[in-house]
Write a protein that binds this ligand. Structure first.
Ligand SMILES: *Cc1c(COP(=O)(O)O)cnc(C)c1O
Ligand SMILES: [Zn+2]
Length: 425
């Protein structure tokens, strides 16, 4: 292997050794690179885990900020000069009501709906733009299914960077408004996410000073998802759970959460080798990874997305094959649910635990219910479901089913006649 250059140490990232191709293992410096020039494989950040182990401790982390930056030693950017709106360190809530409905004994919900722009994408964008600034990029850009657009536009505003965000034109109105409000350039394309992504890959080489967070700085962006694993373990008292259910779009989040648990063990923050089963959740309208899992295939055949779970609508998932590998290796599964089940998942979560999730959360809960019913998720496991986005962004999905119980005259007689409090014996 080519030895790593010393440049990183000078750039203030003492634990980053460089980048490495996931396919052929060739080494590269930790610069603005994302694909291997030999085999076009994706590049992944490589750390000096021995050095990290000698430096990190549970106490030092506990004394850090209440955000993803408490884990800066295991991230490829910052913490000095971080582009930070406070992403991460979201609540991990024990969900006994929902567990009882699903026949589980110990269920936890990682509530990422409360991130600064209402989704887990704030984690990955905070890391990506911090690294982008360190590398000298001037403009923040992305190809988005919605939540990434929010996160990039907001973090760019915070950093004083220009942003250029690309979305499919059929996106939910709230996601359009909550991106445009930050004042950057927002371009709606007449096509689906895969068309948007293709154009952005082309633009990334045309505009070399633009950091497309999920294209040309994807290697750094992806690392931000590991913080979900770090937080879950810390919030469980530095123990890994038995099973985690994760929604899948590109498959990056799932792949990196699995990596995150392994890293905690490598640097000694959790004892022993964690055995975390990982399961993936998709919607029937865009389930290429679930279909590959069912078929026993090791590659993912692209599909044309449809349905209400737009934040997960990636028909040609960049990390689909890696996500499949993690799921199979861990003994989990990838399953999909119908739009009706997505809506039922949103409502079940809301009425049992008081969390209003967007369609991706409905996908996760719907698939969790399915896997619990089929015995893949076992009744005695310590289970964590990742609730990755806020329901206020996709109100249309449930609007027709979530209306006032009654609309009446403002009088006592009208109230009592309406029969809406018959449970009050
Ligand atoms: C983007 C997104 C995901 C999945 O992300 P990938 O890393 O692309 O698989 C999950 N949930 C929500 C709400 C998202 O916006
Ligand atoms: Zn390679």
């Amino acid at each position: 292997m080519v030895p790593m250059p010393e440049t990183m140490r000078r750039q203030g990232l003492p634990f980053v050794e460089g980048l490495r191709c996931r396919e052929c293992a060739r080494s590269y410096p930790a610069e603005a690179l994302h694909v291997c020039e030999w085999c076009f494989g994706p590049l992944e950040v490589v750390y000096d885990y021995e050095a990290i182990a000698a430096s990190v401790s549970r106490e030092r982390i506990a004394a850090g900020p209440k955000s993803i930056w408490r884990y800066a030693d295991l991230l490829p950017a910052g913490p000095e000069g971080a582009v930070d709106l406070g992403a991460g360190f979201t609540p991990l809530l024990r969900a006994d009501h929902l567990a009882a409905e699903l026949g589980l004994s110990e269920l936890w919900l990682k509530n990422d709906t409360v991130n600064p722009t209402g989704s887990f994408k704030d984690r990955v964008v905070s890391v990506a733009l911090t690294r982008a600034r360190e590398l000298g990029f001037k403009v923040a850009a992305c190809a988005s299914t919605g939540n990434l657009a929010n996160a990039v536009a907001a973090h760019a505003a915070r950093a004083g960077m220009r942003s250029v965000v690309f979305i499919p034109a059929d996106l939910e109105l709230p996601k359009v408004v909550t991106t445009a409000v930050f004042g950057g350039t927002l371009v709606a394309l007449e096509g689906n996410y895969d068309d948007v992504n293709r154009l952005c890959a082309e633009l990334a080489s045309e505009y070399p000073t633009w950091a497309f967070v999920n294209v040309n700085v994807r290697s750094y962006y992806a690392e931000g998802s590991k913080t979900l694993a770090f937080e879950v373990a810390e919030q469980l008292g530095w123990r890994a759970p038995d099973h985690v259910v994760i929604p899948v779009a590109s498959g990056s989040q799932l792949t990196k959460v699995a990596k995150g648990f392994r890293e905690l063990s490598k640097v000694g923050l959790i004892d022993g080798e964690p055995r975390v089963r990982i399961s993936g959740a998709q919607a029937d309208g865009c389930a290429p990874v679930a279909q590959a899992f069912e078929a026993g295939a090791s590659f993912v055949r692209p599909v044309k997305p449809s349905g209400i779970a737009k934040s997960l609508a990636i028909g040609n998932p960049a990390d689909g094959a890696y996500a499949l590998e993690e799921v199979r290796k861990s003994g989990g599964a990838v399953a999909s649910v119908s739009d009706a089940e997505v809506i039922e998942g949103i409502r079940l979560l809301a009425r049992t635990e008081g969390i209003f999730a967007e369609t991706a959360g409905g996908v996760t809960i719907g698939v969790l219910a399915k896997l619990a019913a089929s015995g893949v998720v076992k009744p005695n496991e310590k289970v964590v479901a990742l609730i990755t986005g806020n329901g206020l962004k996709t109100v249309d999905a449930v609007a027709s089913q979530c209306q006032p119980t009654a609309t009446i005259e403002p009088t006592l007689e009208a109230f009592q006649a309406a029969g809406v409090a018959d449970w009050q014996a």
